[in-house]
Each structure stands twice: as structure tokens, then as C-alpha cells.
Design a binder for this molecule. Structure first.
Ligand code: SF4
Length: 448
């Protein structure tokens, strides 16, 4: 064993993370595991002995990037014996052995429920050269008991559930992450209390659809709802900010809005993906709500929560989307006036029902609609920034600003980036900043 530890101490691991916050969190856990197992971490790929990609399958573009990176690594692998290349994350569960066919020099394919085995699999691959595919789901595995490296000392992602039961027709998540499972409440509260004692002030509760939290636990008679969980987390000593994502618009309960409005630590921001502004397309997406239902939810949120920051995801060019459907999306933007929109062209995903729909929209039409959508969304986001001028924002400092000398940046309670001049601040400080200008989506001001 001692010899093994000495060997692995010399192995440097480079990890590149694609996709959502869940992947970022899981990369932190894998990093913690590797450090505990005597590997070292390098941010420079060419210095590494092991290259890991934590991948995303949600869009074709993200997968292309990984295939392109893999395509460049064949020579690198052959140059030195014992080098290891691995794919983790959603592409591991969606492609499994097919990844080895695409990249025969790949040593390991490890899905999200198998991360605890990563150190061992690297050792075996380096020693034997035999490729391994470990992509099975494990319904009881949550990585909370594994070591974890916090990427920032004052903020943390907390996984509260995994998987999804919604089966939107465009989405691979139910296939790559499995069915919805909630993490036991005590385990979540314990983790938040521990990291709060260590100095964490802001937590983001993560799940594919957080509003379903506790459903499986409740059936066993010992769970709580998501709204109750948010309240309990917000009451933990030291926690000053609670955020969560993602909320499915169908399930958002009224008592969650009440918790957001009344528990001081819960931030006034929400990501509420609508995906499209046409009932016909929403139905084909299997989203199970109408535009009217969505607008009622927005109206309830806005009327209860002061200065609500609201963002959304939109897909353009879903199969069968006609110009009048797209116009519905533009009208929805006019109605809601989002603070930020994350817009994407639809791309067919392996094994999903939408990929088999016959009326796919051409790339040219998708490009043209995306440009129109983005123009409107940017204008509205800019107007929303304008409305913050003269306001005092409470800013949780993240660190020195990259592009502005002698300045720091952090996030407001709404989750806007705020840049301000100053000296000697550290990550985790809380300052008040009067907003004087904005550029793109960033706010600029001075401390008061
Ligand atoms: S709610 Fe729909 S889009 Fe979101 S993860 Fe589940 S299946 Fe995918």
C-alpha cells in the first residue's frame, strides 16, 4: 500500500468541468477524494499525468467540445506510459462503452454515482492499461460523506436530490442521472451546519427539480417539503444567504413563495425555466404547464417578493415550432421582463422522444430566431440593470476583480455581479455598495 501511495503522490490530475452546478459540485467532491488519496491537482493540462473530463450531455455543443478534446489526446497518451484519460458525468452514463469505440485510448468511463471509485480506477488503469466502464446508478449514493474541496471559502453548493422524473421530451437527464431521489434531511442540515461553522455564508441548494424535494421521503413518513427545508437551512447559524435551483414551474408551491418573502436569509432571486412561450410547443416538450399557469406563478412571486430577480431558460427551434409559436416566446419576454435569459438552440439528444420528431426546425431558422430572442433579452436585461442605479446593494465579496485594477467584485442578494474600488477586502466580506453605473450585466459603484 505504501508503494502505491508513493506512486500516486507523483500523479498530477487535471480536471475540466463542463455543464451545470451539479457537475461543479461533483468535481469538488472528486478533487477532495483525489487529494485524500495522495494525488495532486494541477490547473495545467500539459503538466498532468491524468486528464479527467466531467461532462455534460444536455446540449450537442457541450458533447462536441468533449469529443474534440478527446480527439487531441491520443498522441499525448502514447507519449508516456502510465498516463490516464477519463470521462465522468452525463456522457459516461449516456454513452457508456460507446465512448471507448469513439476514443479507444480512453482508460475510464465513470458515471456520477460511481465517483467514490475514481482514485482506485485511476490506479488500476495506470498499472494495467485496461479500460473500465462504471456507469451504473446507485440510488443510495450521495457524496456528502466523501471529502470535498470547497472551491470558495464562503459559498457552497449543496446537493439535496438527484435525478428527475419529469421526462421533458428534449432532455437526457432522467436517462443520465436516473430517477428522482431526495437526500435525507438530517444529512443536508448537518452538512450546512458544518460548513457554516467553517465560514460559509451562502449556500445554493441543488437539484434538477428542487420543488419535488422530499416526495420519496414523505412516502416513508419521515420527510419534509422543499419549502420547509429552505426555511430550516435559512435558520442555521452563520448562513446569511440561501439560493436554490432549479424550480420547475409546475410544482412551485405557494408556501415556497411565502418562505422566500419572510425568511431573511433566503435571497430574492429565482431561476424559473419556461423553455417556450407557446402552449403547443410546451405540450410537445411534456412540460405539463401552460403559458397562463407560468404567468400566474410569476405574478405571485413578483407581488410577494420585493425586488425579485428572475431568470429563465429558453429553447428556440424545438421540433414543430412555427413563427407564431416563436412570437409567443417574444411576447412572454415582454410580459415577464426577465433579468437574464439563458437561450439555446434546440439540439436532438440521444434517446429522447424529441430527437425522433419528424418536424425538426432548420439550423438557419434556429439561428435567426435565436438572434431575435437574444436582442430582446439583452435589451431587457440592460433596462433591469438600469433600474438598480442609485440603489444600495449588499455585496458578498468574491475577490479581486479581474479586469478592473484596485477593485473587488461580489454578488448582490439578487445575484447580480457588483464591482467596486477598494483595498484589503477578502472573500466572504459583506459590504454595502451604492450603484453608479452598469456595463453589460455588471453593476459598478462605491462602498458606503
Ligand atoms: S425537469 Fe425536464 S428539463 Fe429539467 S431535468 Fe427534468 S427532464 Fe430535464
Amino acid at each position: 500500500m505504501e508503494t502505491l501511495s508513493q506512486e500516486t503522490k507523483e500523479k498530477k490530475v487535471f480536471m475540466e468541468t463542463f455543464g451545470c452546478q451539479s457537475n461543479v459540485l461533483e468535481s469538488d467532491h472528486v478533487t477532495g477524494l483525489l487529494l485524500k488519496n495522495h494525488f495532486s491537482i494541477t490547473p495545467i493540462a500539459k503538466e498532468a499525468d491524468v486528464i479527467l473530463f466531467n461532462t455534460c450531455s444536455i446540449r450537442e455543443h457541450a458533447e462536441h467540445k468533449v469529443f474534440s478534446r478527446l480527439g487531441q489526446l491520443g498522441d499525448w497518451k502514447r507519449e508516456k506510459e502510465g498516463r490516464v484519460i477519463g470521462v465522468m458525468g452525463c456522457m459516461a452514463t449516456s454513452y457508456k462503452n460507446q465512448l471507448l469505440e469513439r476514443a479507444p485510448f480512453l482508460d475510464m468511463v465513470v458515471g456520477p454515482d460511481q465517483y467514490m471509485k475514481v482514485p482506485q480506477v485511476i490506479r488500476e488503469a495506470a498499472g494495467t492499461g485496461v479500460s473500465q466502464v462504471l456507469a451504473d446508478f446507485d440510488p443510495v449514493y450521495f457524496p456528502e460523506n466523501d471529502p470535498r474541496r470547497l472551491a470558495q471559502p464562503h459559498k457552497a453548493f449543496i446537493e439535496i436530490m438527484k435525478g428527475c422524473d419529469k421526462f421533458c421530451t428534449f432532455c437526457v437527464v432522467p436517462f443520465t442521472r436516473g430517477r428522482e431521489i431526495s437526500r435525507p434531511t438530517e444529512s443536508i442540515l448537518e452538512e450546512v451546519a458544518t460548513i457554516a461553522q467553517a465560514g460559509v455564508k451562502e449556500v445554493m441548494l441543488l437539484g434538477q427539480n428542487v420543488n419535488s424535494y422530499g416526495l420519496g421521503l414523505n412516502s416513508k413518513g419521515k420527510g419534509i417539503t422543499f419549502s420547509q427545508l429552505v426555511k430550516l437551512v435559512g435558520e442555521i447559524k452563520g448562513i446569511q444567504r440561501v439560493r436554490f435551483m432549479t424550480s420547475h414551474p409546475l410544482d412551485m408551491p405557494d408556501d415556497l413563495i411565502e418562505v422566500m418573502a419572510t425568511v431573511p436569509a433566503v435571497c430574492n432571486s429565482i431561476h424559473l425555466p419556461v423553455q417556450c412561450g407557446s402552449d403547443k410547443v410546451l405540450k410537445r416538450m411534456n412540460r405539463k404547464y401552460s403559458v397562463a399557469h407560468y404567468l400566474v406563478q410569476v405574478q405571485k412571486l413578483r407581488s410577494s417578493i420585493k425586488d425579485l430577480f428572475i431568470t429563465t431558460d429558453l429553447i428556440v427551434g424545438f421540433p414543430g415550432e412555427e413563427e407564431k409559436d416563436f412570437q409567443g416566446t417574444l411576447d412572454l419576454l415582454d410580459e415577464v421582463k426577465y433579468d437574464a435569459v439563458y437561450s439555446f438552440k434546440y439540439s436532438p439528444r440521444l434517446g429522447t422522444p424529441a430527437a425522433r420528431m419528424l418536424d425538426q426546425v432548420s439550423g438557419e431558422v434556429q439561428d435567426e430566431r435565436l438572434a431575435r430572442l437574444n436582442e430582446k433579452a439583452w435589451k431587457q436585461a440592460s433596462e433591469a440593470c438600469e433600474s438598480r442605479l442609485g440603489k444600495i446593494e449588499e455585496v458578498l465579496v468574491d475577490g479581486p476583480a479581474d479586469k478592473t485594477p484596485d477593485a473587488y467584485y461580489g454578488k448582490s442578494r439578487q445575484n447580480r455581479t457588483v464591482v467596486f474600488p477598494g483595498k484589503g477586502y477578502k472573500a466572504g466580506d459583506v459590504v454595502k455598495v451604492k450603484i453608479e453605473s452598469h456595463k453589460v450585466a455588471n453593476l459598478y459603484g462605491t462602498t458606503i
